[in-house]
Design a protein around this ligand. Structure first.
Ligand SMILES: CC(C)(COP(=O)(O)OP(=O)(O)OC[C@H]1O[C@@H](n2cnc3c(N)ncnc32)[C@H](O)[C@@H]1OP(=O)(O)O)[C@@H](O)C(=O)NCCC(=O)NCCS
Length: 171
């Protein structure tokens, strides 16, 4: 039997399922909690994974500055882990970052080895700009953060798929 995995940008109808997927991991303090409002406000940042038409994972790409973005809120449902979906979600975020002309992506994570498989290298947190901590201040572990920072330099290979309207006008 074959199964279909699809990585796509999130849509408003996905938010309930996205919230439900994040909840068990935010309760375990593995990712930061995100309310429905927060998910709606940042909907354009999210890629989601469908497994046979049902949402099985998500990740967000948050842009900080001209050359840097963060992969955050990366989760795959318990029952779909180990099927390559996490890798595809990271690939999806990287593809968006590349199309946006960004050079580097980073993550703050407890699964350094997962990111290591995807060519991310550990970096000192101090090398990241101060403004990345504006979200972390809401975390109860802020003063004692035990996550590892990992980072990847992206290849410069835009596909040019980002323009959504192209009109040719003749004078
Ligand atoms: C981490 C997580 C996103 C991985 O998703 P996944 O779909 O299970 O991962 P994949 O199947 O795509 O695995 C890709 C590769 O990473 C490896 N891998 C997966 N999870 C790993 C882990 N926790 N530690 C080390 N390697 C891991 C896999 O073996 C695989 O390697 P391979 O290609 O050589 O076989 C998922 O386990 C998860 O949601 N965990 C809980 C939330 C979390 O920790 N999120 C990360 C926040 S930054």
């Amino acid at each position: 039997m074959s199964h279909r995995i699809r990585i796509r940008m999130a849509e408003a109808d996905d938010v309930d399922a996205m919230h439900a997927l994040l909840l068990p991991y935010s309760e375990k303090k593995i990712v930061l909690p995100r309310s429905h409002d927060d998910l709606f406000e940042h909907l354009q940042e999210f890629v989601v994974a469908e497994y046979d038409g049902r949402l099985a994972g998500l990740a967000a790409l948050h842009v900080y500055q001209s050359n840097l973005a963060e992969i955050r809120s990366l989760v795959v449902s318990d029952s779909h882990q180990g099927m390559g979906i996490g890798r595809l979600l990271v690939d999806g975020c990287e593809r968006v970052a590349t199309e946006l002309g960004l050079e580097r992506v980073f993550a703050l994570t407890y699964v350094e080895n997962f990111f290591g498989q995807l060519d991310y290298a550990a970096v000192q947190k101090e090398t990241l700009p101060h403004k990345i901590w504006t979200v972390c201040i809401h975390c109860e572990k802020f003063s004692n953060c035990d996550e590892v920072a990992v980072e990847k330099v992206l290849p410069r290979s835009r596909s040019g798929h980002l323009p959504i309207i192209e009109v040719e006008q003749t004078e």
